[in-house]
Design a protein around this ligand. Structure first.
Ligand SMILES: C[N+](C)(C)CCCC[C@H](N)C(=O)O
Ligand SMILES: O=C(O)CCC(=O)C(=O)O
Ligand SMILES: [Fe+2]
Length: 422
C-alpha cells in the first residue's frame, strides 16, 4: 500500500506549538476522529487524517499511522535526522555528534504532508522523516515485525520437509543455488552440499562460498581423526552426546562445517537435534524454566595441555540467549562436557537451574527429536552452531573428518545480499 493513497486527507498545515509546560490533551479524544479539524483548530498540537494522527506530547511525540501507534522521544527524533549535514547517505553513517543535542530539545514547528513528517528545531534546522521509514524503524513497528522465519523441527518434520538437494556445481556457480542453500540453512539450521570432491581443499572452497572461515586454536581448516592429538574427546573413537561447539568462547562459532573424507569401519553416525525446537517446548510447557535458562549466566571452559597445545578458554553466558527487547531466542549454548564449575549464582538459584536444565535435556533427548545421518565423502554438512546440536555414535576403524568454523555475521551478510531476511 502506498502512503500517498493513505494520506490524501492530510492537510499540509503548519502548527504553532504550545509552551513546553502546557498540558497536552488526552490521547486521541473520542471526538477527534468524528471531527477531523477540531483538534488542530483548538489545540494547535495535533493533526490527523483518516489514517494518520499526531500529537506533540510533553515528553514524546505521538504518531499513529494506519492504526499503528508510535511514540518517539524528541532526542531520538533529532538524533535520527537524515539530512545531509546529519547523516552521510553514501556511507550510511551518522555525522551528527549526538552529544551536542540538548537533552530537553523539542521541535518548534511540526508539519505532516502525504508522506513526510517535517520537524523544525529551535535552531532552525529542519528534519524530514518519511512516514514509512518511521513505521519501519520505530520500536512499535519493529515489535510488529515477524521474528526470523524458522521451521522448528523434529526428525519427522525434517524428513517430510523435502529439503532441496544442493549440488556442488550449481552451488559454486549460481547465485540462485547459493540462495536456495542459504534459505534452507536459515529455515532449518542445517544444510548439505553434495558431490563435493572429498578433499580438504574442496571443502574449504565450498565453505568460502558462504562465509569467512573462523580460525580458532584448532586451526583454520581442520582434518581430524581419533589420534588424541588434541586434549578433547572429539579426537577419540568415543560417542559424543548432543552439544554445541565452542561454548567456551565469549562468542561461540556461528557455523560448523563437517566433511567426512574417509571411514573404514563401523558406527560414527552423526546426530543432529534442533535446539530451538527443544527450547520452544520448554517455553510452552514451563516458561519459568525457559526464563531461568535465559537469565542465569554460567561458564564453559576449555583447558588443554597436550603436546605443544596450551589453551585456556572461558565463555560466560546463559544456555538460552534471547534478545532483551522481544525475548526471541537467538543462541543456545549447550555442552555438558565443557560446562565449567557453576559459581556465578547462589545455591537456591542453582537448584532451580538444574531443574530447568533437566527439562531442556529431557526434551533434547527425546528420540523423536533426533536426526541421524551418516556423513559420507562428497556430502558437506553445514550446522548452525547457535541453534542445532550435534553428536556422534562411537565408531571403529579409521575415520577422518575435515571441516572448519565460519563467522556468523558473514553468513548472514551473504544471505542478506541475496535478498533473504536474516
Ligand atoms: C571440531 N574440532 C574437532 C576442531 C574441535 C572440536 C571441539 C570440541 C569441543 N569439546 C567443543 O565442543 O567445542
Ligand atoms: O566426530 C564427529 O562426528 C563430531 C565430533 C565433534 O563433535 C566435533 O568435532 O565438534
Ligand atoms: Fe562438537
Amino acid at each position: 500500500m502506498t502512503f500517498t493513497r493513505m494520506f490524501v486527507r492530510l492537510g499540509a498545515c503548519l502548527h504553532r506549538l504550545p509552551k513546553r509546560n502546557a498540558q497536552p490533551p488526552a490521547l486521541w479524544p473520542p471526538g477527534i476522529t468524528r471531527d477531523p479539524c477540531a483538534a488542530s483548530r483548538t489545540q494547535h498540537t495535533a493533526s490527523h487524517s483518516k489514517s494518520c494522527l499526531w500529537q506533540l506530547r510533553e515528553d514524546y511525540f505521538e504518531l499513529s499511522v494506519s492504526g499503528l501507534l508510535m511514540r518517539f522521544d524528541y532526542v531520538w527524533l533529532r538524533d535520527h535526522c537524515r539530512s545531509a549535514s546529519c547523516y552521510n547517505m553514501k556511507t550510511n553513517q551518522r555525522n551528527l555528534d549526538t552529544a551536542t543535542v540538548e537533552l530537553g530539545i523539542r521541535p518548534s514547528n511540526i508539519r505532516v504532508d502525504e508522506e513526510t513528517l517535517f520537524l523544525t528545531w529551535p535552531d532552525g534546522h529542519v528534519t524530514r522523516f518519511n512516514l514509512a521509514w518511521l513505521v519501519q524503524n520505530s520500536y512499535e513497528g519493529q515489535k510488529q515485525r515477524a521474528v526470523q522465519p524458522r521451521i522448528l523441527w523434529n526428525s519427522e518434520i525434517y524428513n517430510k520437509a523435502k529439503v532441496p538437494t544442493i549440488s556442488c556445481g550449481g552451488f559454486m556457480t549460481s547465485d540462485e543455488e547459493l540462495k536456495k542453500f542459504l534459505k534452507t540453512f536459515l529455515l532449518y539450521g542445517i544444510a548439505f552440499v553434495e558431490d563435493v570432491p572429498p578433499t580438504l581443499e574442496a571443502t574449504e572452497t565450498v565453505a568460502q562460498r558462504v562465509s569467512l572461515i573462523r580460525e580458532t586454536m584448532y586451526g583454520r581448516v581442520w582434518n581430524f581423526t581419533s589420534d588424541f592429538s588434541r586434549g578433547d574427546t572429539a579426537y577419540t573413537k568415543l560417542a559424543l552426546d548432543r552439544h554445541t561447539d565452542t561454548s567456551y568462547f565469549q562468542e561461540p562459532c556461528g557455523i560448523q562445517v563437517f566433511h567426512c573424507l574417509r571411514h573404514e569401519g563401523t558406527g560414527g553416525r552423526t546426530l543432529l537435534v534442533d535446539g530451538f525446537h527443544g527450547a520452544d517446548k520448554v517455553l510452552k510447557e514451563a516458561p519459568g524454566n525457559f526464563e531461568l535458562l535465559s537469565r542465569v549466566p554460567i561458564k564453559h571452559e576449555y583447558i588443554e595441555n597436550v603436546g605443544a597445545h596450551h589453551n585456556h578458554m572461558i565463555g560466560v553466558g546463559p544456555v538460552l540467549n534471547v534478545y532483551p527487547w522481544n525475548n526471541e531466542l537467538y543462541m543456545i549454548r549447550y555442552n555438558n562436557y565443557d560446562r565449567a564449575v557453576i559459581n556465578t549464582v547462589p545455591h537456591d538459584t542453582v537448584q532451580r537451574w538444574y531443574v530447568a536444565h533437566r527439562a531442556l535435556t529431557t526434551e533434547l533427548r527425546k528420540p523423536e527429536n533426533e536426526l541421524w545421518v551418516k556423513l559420507k565423502p562428497g556430502k558437506v554438512l553445514f550446522i548452525d552452531n547457535w541453534r542445532v546440536l550435534h553428536g556422534r555414535k562411537s565408531f571403529t576403524g579409521l575415520r577422518q573428518l575435515c571441516g572448519c568454523y565460519l563467522t556468523r555475521d558473514d553468513v548472514l551478510n551473504t544471505a542478506r545480499s541475496l535478498g533473504l531476511q536474516a
